[in-house]
Design a protein around this ligand. Structure first.
Ligand code: ARG
Length: 262
């Protein structure tokens, strides 16, 4: 039979383990709850891009401000655009902030916040090329070119739906090159491997600012960007919508728009 001393010691030991376990799990849980992982595709200036090994841009500053107002700590991960929705669904990330256009097909897979930005598509070309596009000729002209876009984007979908998958299409599938990042597509444009890149207009304008490139045509698509959360994550979605709406009313928002777009 155990003597009282021994019994007392083992009770103490069990208690100590229990306290340690509660303490540990408490710690881990607290950290998990406050850290939010934001996924982006950092190839899309001025919304998200790399500078000095860091991911920066309009979306990054905006989502950080919004999440910090909700007392979250933000961690940003760079993921190819086409992998963002899968990463959200598998729980690898909590939010997508990637200038992602709200569209009915994506709505089936994720939940979008209120829109925070509106943009059209554009055709980016080298300034020294002799491509001339206007309202009456652009579809026929584009169908003769080699065009690039980032995989999974509305730009890529536009090329497929308006130039390739149409009756009497003259553009061949081989004339369309898909890239993991828009950075690579633009590099290929500069290298002469592409004639044009179909890309969101504010981003085409940003590329055209630094390089020998220009916007040859605006494709009026009237897209609206939203942040995305996992389908059914209503709690986070509601918090984001409230905080985003408030942020968009603030002077910080006006200053941010000015910083990146003026
Ligand atoms: N707005 C376009 C879309 O939703 C392109 C977004 C690309 N974003 C990026 N970070 N590369 O498809």
């Amino acid at each position: 039979m155990m003597n009282t001393k021994k019994k007392f010691a083992s009770v103490l030991l069990i208690a100590a383990f229990a306290i340690a376990a509660v303490g540990l799990s408490g710690c881990v849980q607290e950290e998990d709850e406050n850290v939010i992982i934001v996924g982006t595709s950092a190839d899309f200036p001025p919304f998200e891009y790399m500078e000095g090994g860091e991911i920066i841009g309009f979306d990054i500053e905006m989502v950080t401000a919004v999440l910090e107002s909700l007392n979250y700590t933000v961690e940003v991960q760079d993921i190819a655009f086409d992998g963002l929705i899968g990463s959200l669904q598998s729980g690898k990330i909590d939010i997508i902030a990637a200038a992602m256009s709200i569209d009915p097909e994506r709505e089936l897979e994720v939940d979008f916040t209120i829109p925070y930005f509106e943009a059209d598509l554009s055709v980016l070309i080298m300034a020294n090329s002799n491509i001339v596009l206007n309202d009456s000729n652009y579809l026929d002209e584009l169908a003769n070119l080699t065009i690039g876009a980032q995989t999974g984007t509305t730009g890529a979908m536009w090329v497929v739906n308006n130039l390739i998958n149409i009756t009497n299409a003259t553009m061949q599938e081989e004339q369309f090159k898909r890239y993991e990042t828009y950075t690579e597509a633009v590099l290929d444009l500069e290298n002469g491997n592409l004639d044009a890149v179909v890309i969101d207009k504010p981003v085409g304008e940003a590329f055209a600012e630094d390089e020998d490139m220009e916007i040859a045509y605006t494709i009026v698509s009237g897209e609206q960007y939203g942040l995305a959360v996992k389908e059914g994550n209503t709690e986070l979605l509601n918090k984001l919508n409230t905080a985003l709406a408030a942020y968009m009313e603030s002077d910080d928002w006006t200053a941010l728009v000015k910083k990146y777009f003026e």
